[in-house]
Design a protein around this ligand. Structure first.
Ligand SMILES: C[S@@+](CC[C@H](N)C(=O)[O-])C[C@H]1O[C@@H](n2cnc3c(N)ncnc32)[C@H](O)[C@@H]1O
Length: 395
């Protein structure tokens, strides 16, 4: 969705989906039901896996509303994504019917482990004039196309490894082995209305490449708004719930401008230039715009050792690198334990880093209020005195 596109409808739908049934009734009083249904159909198409049926067929998708019903036709055929089309010559093999409220909840509500049978299905008879031997292939195509469309109607947790192949993002399988870590750290946020910002949309100068990771996050965070920042115009990747932005991650003013408009963010991922100075600048500019309880992620830490990216091959001289930043955050986390030093004021990171998880080439920084208080000054600082104090004076 382009920078100036109105996100209010989709945001309103997501919010209503997480609320009481009355919120859903109010949703259809505030918005035209055909506009709401169009958002739902767009979402289903984006979540459908690649079709496997060889014969092109249509699935009729009916959304029942308080005032009637709205029909859409979804085209399913191998080697093309599922998309909404005008009713054409292809066989309509199946009708799937949902109540609008049920579909809103199914797509944008908190994921349910055991969704109830909220839909009605009708298999249409084979309508060709040729022989009965076509009925078997027809039923096969109907079954495959219906399974594909229904797979797009759920918020079940997707397999991130499979999504990397589906959406062509290199976060798993060649140079990067990140998805299990993402799954571990991002899963607790899946049911939230997250706002995610990823620096680096992909494809570098190529006018049509990139956007795969944004589509992956959109699918994974089924209630989220996904933002991508790149130094190159990547507006080809704009779609419902995805906003691309142009900017240089080494420009703190531009980062602040973006964060003021689209933040605060629940999650920021730095997968941009990987130039060490840029990684540090972006962290200091954007970490304040991550909400407490959120995450800041830095990918591709290997450039910390690459002089061509401003890195240093000597780990002992990592001061100005991305890994130098990560190492310094351990001290930030522990800053309340440092001996008091006149004139030393805690940095923003000192006050707000509450956890660090570092994997091979990937770091997750947890944000919160880092203010548990240090071990008090009256606790003995040498081992023997501590043992004596803890023994109540016993010899
Ligand atoms: C590794 S790719 C991102 C891949 C994508 N995140 C994915 O997982 O599919 C890096 C992107 O960062 C962009 N980039 C390079 N320098 C940048 C900068 N200074 N600011 C913002 N983006 C930059 C490049 O144009 C490129 O598209």
């Amino acid at each position: 969705m382009a920078e100036n596109t109105d996100l209010s409808l989709v945001q309103d739908i997501i919010r209503a989906a997480g609320g009481h049934a009355a919120s859903l009734r109010e949703l259809t009083q505030r918005h035209r039901t055909d506009a709401v249904a169009a958002v739902l159909i767009d979402e289903i198409c984006s979540r459908c896996p690649p079709p496997v049926n060889e014969e092109p067929v249509l699935v009729e998708f009916v959304v029942r509303t308080p005032g009637g019903q709205l029909s859409h036709w979804l085209s399913s055929v191998k080697d093309a994504p599922v998309r909404a089309v005008a009713r054409g010559e292809d066989f309509v093999v199946m009708r799937i019917e949902y109540e609008l409220d049920d579909l809103v909840r199914e797509l944008f509500g908190p994921a349910r482990a055991h969704p109830s049978g909220a839909r009605e299905t009708t298999l249409f008879p084979y309508a060709g004039s040729d022989g009965a031997d076509k009925i078997g292939p027809y039923i096969l195509a109907a079954q495959q196309a219906t399974a594909t469309v229904l797979a797009g109607c759920t918020s079940a947790k997707p397999d991130l490894n499979e999504l990397t192949s589906r959406y062509l993002t290199p976060k798993w399988g060649s140079l990067h082995w990140f998805t299990p870590h993402y799954d571990r750290h991002f899963s607790p946020y899946r049911d939230e209305e997250v706002r995610v910002l990823e620096i680096g949309i992909g494809g570098y100068q190529h006018p049509e490449w990139g956007g795969g990771s944004l589509r992956m996050w959109k699918h994974f965070f089924h209630r989220g708004l996904i933002h991508g920042l790149d130094i190159v115009d990547k507006s080809h990747a704009d779609e419902q719930r995805i906003t691309t932005l142009i900017g240089d991650q080494s420009d703190p003013d531009r980062l602040a401008e973006i964060a003021e408009k689209y933040g605060p963010f629940d999650i920021v991922i730095d997968d941009g230039s990987h130039i060490n100075e840029h990684v540090r600048t972006s962290f200091h500019a954007l970490f304040p715009y991550v909400r407490n309880g959120g995450l800041y992620v830095i990918e591709d830490l290997w450039t910390a050792y690459w002089p061509g990216f401003g890195g240093n091959e000597d780990p002992a001289r990592s001061g100005a690198t991305s890994l130098g930043l990560v190492k310094s955050l351990i001290d930030s986390l522990q800053h309340e334990e440092l001996p008091p030093e006149p004139g030393r004021t805690p940095s923003y990171a000192d006050g707000h880093v509450t956890g660090l998880h570092v994997y091979h080439n990937l770091a997750f920084v947890e944000k919160g209020a880092n203010a548990e208080g240090g071990i008090p000054p009256w606790i003995p600082r040498d081992f023997d005195s501590l043992v004596a104090a803890s023994s109540g004076g016993a010899a």
